[in-house]
Design a protein around this ligand. Structure first.
Ligand code: FAD
Length: 389
């Protein structure tokens, strides 16, 4: 057994680091802990950075060059995700296009729709993903936004909620009910809807951090060309499952590396505030270290099975564990800040508000993409083989 990166992989890493050194803007290094803060559109630096990554084959390294990659191996993709996460570097400020819609179009779209994948991954098209509704979140198959086929068009009526990036998205990858009489998983389809189509109203929802990048979206008699149907009519549930799998693919690496970065920040914070000799603080830091190290080992174990073509049930636990751990780490950060932990003013707060902002963002991480309760149900039934309750 050889527990080391190969020479090719180290050369890949060196090339990546040289690229980051030469091109990565300062703004991209603030990490996801801060993304909620004041984010109401795609800033110019973010547009340029995503396009630069794409043009140099570093946006999704596993893809071929025409899709913003360099045909990297799974191990190289792992190295890439870790190096970015360790440095707190974000690739994009809107992940829907490159992480969900692009891969879904490549897998399920027709030729014309597949042509949208490259500009989506490059960030030239900003997407929102319309899945959740007031009565369809964890139980997504309950969605009721209705699309009725009328000649060459669908007419869409209904409401989406928690739709990230909707206030400034160009297009919506929208899950609609096209057959209300079929069993609920069977009458769903996916439409590409231009966000400037008449009849769409976007009402921004403000986060606890102050940002308003997600929204309620109302559809009233919105006419969508039939050609915008992705895949087969009434077969959208398959795409739903694919979309969520694309979203979850590399998340564990980012989750573990993000936790490691927060832990390093906590150790530095404890030193700075003279708390590094406090036995309670030392115990909490050591516990956090043990959790990060265990999760990394579990992630690697799952990755090894995955890279050899087997399924990796460990990974269904990783989203749950890393998102819950983030909450614990950032709460500890607020504790270590003492009275300043609750100060929101970036000029007065420790590290510009990293700890309170990260804590609020960490709460969202335990809801979006499947809540912790739902992940626990998945682990119980699919990993441990327990019966459904
Ligand atoms: C930051 C963020 C971004 C998001 N972006 C998008 C987006 O771009 N597009 C989109 O469509 N959606 C988006 N969402 C919505 C997200 O997918 C839903 O919030 C999520 O699926 C949960 O659905 P819900 O909010 O309706 O909660 P519900 O499903 O109503 O759940 C409410 C509570 O009940 C619990 N619960 C529900 N069912 C069960 C069960 N069977 N067993 C045990 N407990 C259960 C849940 O865990 C939760 O605590 C986003 C959410 C967040 C936080």
């Amino acid at each position: 057994m050889k527990l080391a990166w190969s020479d090719e992989d180290e050369a890949f890493r060196a090339e990546l680091l040289a690229f980051l050194e030469a091109y990565c803007p300062q703004e991209a290094k603030r990490g996801k802990d801060f993304l909620g803060e004041g984010f109401t559109g795609v800033p110019e630096w973010a547009r340029q950075w995503q396009a630069t990554l794409f043009d140099h084959g570093w946006m999704v390294p596993g893809y071929p060059p025409e899709l913003g990659g360099r045909n990297a191996t799974p191990v190289q993709t792992l190295i890439y995700l870790e190096e970015l996460a360790h440095r707190g570097i974000v690739r994009s400020v809107h992940f829907g296009g490159y992480a969900i819609v692009g891969p879904s179009l490549l897998e399920f779209g027709n030729d014309g729709q597949r042509a949208l994948a490259a500009p989506s991954i490059r960030g030239d098209i900003v997407w929102c993903v319309g899945m959740s509704e007031p009565d369809a979140g964890s139980d997504l198959a309950n969605l009721s936004t209705r699309a009725v086929l009328d000649g060459d068009s669908f007419v869409v009526n209904g409401q989406k909620v928690w739709t990230s990036y909707a206030p400034f998205a160009d297009k919506c990858f929208c899950y609609v009910r096209t057959d209300p009489d079929a069993p609920k998983h069977k009458g769903i389809s996916v439409l590409i809807i231009d966000m400037d189509t008449p009849g769409i109203e976007v009402r921004p929802l403000r986060h606890i951090t102050g940002a308003a990048e997600f929204a309620e979206v109302f559809f009233t008699d919105v006419v969508v060309p039939r050609a915008n149907l992705v895949g087969e009519l009434n077969n959208g549930w398959r795409i739903t499952m694919g979309s969520l799998a694309h979203e979850r693919g590399g998340l564990w690496v980012e989750g573990v590396a993000g936790a490691q970065r927060a832990l390093e920040g906590l150790v530095a914070l404890a030193r700075r505030r003279g708390l590094d000799t406090d036995p309670t603080v030392r115990r909490r830091l050591a516990e956090a270290y043990e959790q990060v190290a265990s999760l990394r080992a579990l992630g690697y174990k799952g990755f090894a099975s995955f890279a050899q073509g087997s399924s990796a049930p460990e990974h269904s636990y990783m989203k749950l564990a890393t998102s819950e751990l983030r909450k614990v780490l950032f709460e500890l950060g607020m504790d270590l800040c003492g009275p300043y932990g609750a100060v929101v003013d970036p000029a007065l707060a420790e590290e510009g508000g990293r700890w309170w902002s990260g804590f609020f963002v960490s709460l969202a991480g335990t809801i979006g993409g499947g809540t912790s309760e739902i992940q626990r149900n998945v682990v119980a039934t699919r990993v441990l083989g327990l019966p459904k309750s």
